[in-house]
Design a protein around this ligand. Structure first.
Ligand SMILES: C[S@@+](CC[C@H](N)C(=O)[O-])C[C@H]1O[C@@H](n2cnc3c(N)ncnc32)[C@H](O)[C@@H]1O
Length: 306
């Protein structure tokens, strides 16, 4: 699972239901690995300087992660609208925000099929664009729902930079992660499916081409440190979240794993080596090792001027 999502498994409807509806646990246990709360506060207050109430819409909101983080930091009177195709995730979101002291609305639907009026001050997305085949068109939809001088903010993945940012004590990084192979794998995935795990680093360019101005891009701040010398509870929580995020996961049955990579354009040798590295990692990764890991999300913002 260190090779990140296989987009082919990430289809909208599967035999056992909508893929993301079964991922509440993953979503709720992993988001905190990306940002420190004080950094999000710093962005809202010192960088984007949001001082009056705003109407926010969150594309691909899941259970409303961004709402839970941003809304408490926003001026009173701000509102939050979440849109997602996962019925169960939307139900979770409604439950989570039931007692919230701000106005919220959750819309169930496929964003590809939806049109939005120019009625929001801020449009956001988090780890969403990488799951659509047409990120540029979706960015256009996002800017279309903004009022004049509205702000777009995209928190998106940059997988290859993420993959380069693990250090497990005592192990050469190249014995865990084949960066060159992964770089090509991700590029081929994008060529084939349109879905792009590295979309975060491209969003500034896409937005500029769509006429967005005052574009700025930052990187997520958090560097996670698994430290066997710290309190066991804290260490366990981080270890469990890293496992949920896929780090050190059992790669499963060898033949299936290799076939899957061959279907994604890997050579047999590359696929076999990847299997060996992931098996090795799943055996050495435990609560008793030192690990540092920086997810390296890219946070891009800009203003739409009509
Ligand atoms: C990785 S999850 C991120 C969820 C949330 N933003 C978070 O970070 O916790 C991607 C989300 O995008 C949603 N999604 C993907 N394609 C969609 C579409 N076409 N319409 C609506 N939602 C979509 C999925 O249902 C899923 O909840």
């Amino acid at each position: 699972m260190i090779i990140r999502f296989n987009f082919a498994l990430n289809g909208v409807i599967q035999m056992d239901g909508y893929y993301w509806d079964s991922k509440f646990n993953y979503l709720s246990k992993t988001r905190w690995l990306y940002y420190n709360d004080d950094y999000l506060n710093f962005l809202l207050t010192n960088v984007w300087k949001i001082t009056s109430p705003v109407r926010i819409i969150d594309f691909g909101c899941g259970y409303g992660y961004l709402g839970t983080k941003l809304l408490p930091l926003l001026p009173e009177g701000s509102t939050y609208t979440g849109v997602d195709a996962g019925g169960k995730l939307i139900e979770h979101a409604k439950e989570i925000f039931q007692q919230a002291p701000f106005k919220t609305e959750f819309i169930l639907g496929d964003i590809q099929e939806m049109d939005f009026n120019q009625q929001y001050d801020i449009v956001v997305c988090h780890a969403f664009l990488l799951h659509v085949e047409n990120p540029r068109e979706i960015l256009q939809k996002m800017t279309d729902c903004l009022v004049d001088r509205g702000r777009i903010i995209c928190f998106e993945t940059h997988w290859i930079s993420n993959m380069a940012s693990y250090y497990l004590d005592g192990i050469y990084p190249s014995d865990m992660v084949q960066l060159g192979f992964l770089q090509e794998l991700f590029e081929r995935d994008t060529q084939r499916s349109g879905k792009d795990g590295n979309v975060g680093i491209k969003v500034p360019i896409y937005l500029s081409r769509l006429g967005v101005r005052q574009i700025e891009c930052r990187v997520s701040d958090r560097v996670n440190f698994l430290d066997p010398n710290c309190a066991a509870e804290k260490n366990n929580e981080l270890y469990n979240s890293l496992k949920e995020d896929g780090f050190g996961a059992d790669p499963g049955e060898e033949k299936l794993f290799i076939t899957n990579l061959l279907n994604r354009g890997a050579t047999f040798d590359e696929a076999q080596k990847e299997f060996m590295l992931e098996s090795f990692l799943s055996k050495v990764f435990s609560k008793d090792v030192f690990l540092t890991y920086s997810p390296n999300m890219k946070i891009t913002t800009g203003i739409i001027e009509r």
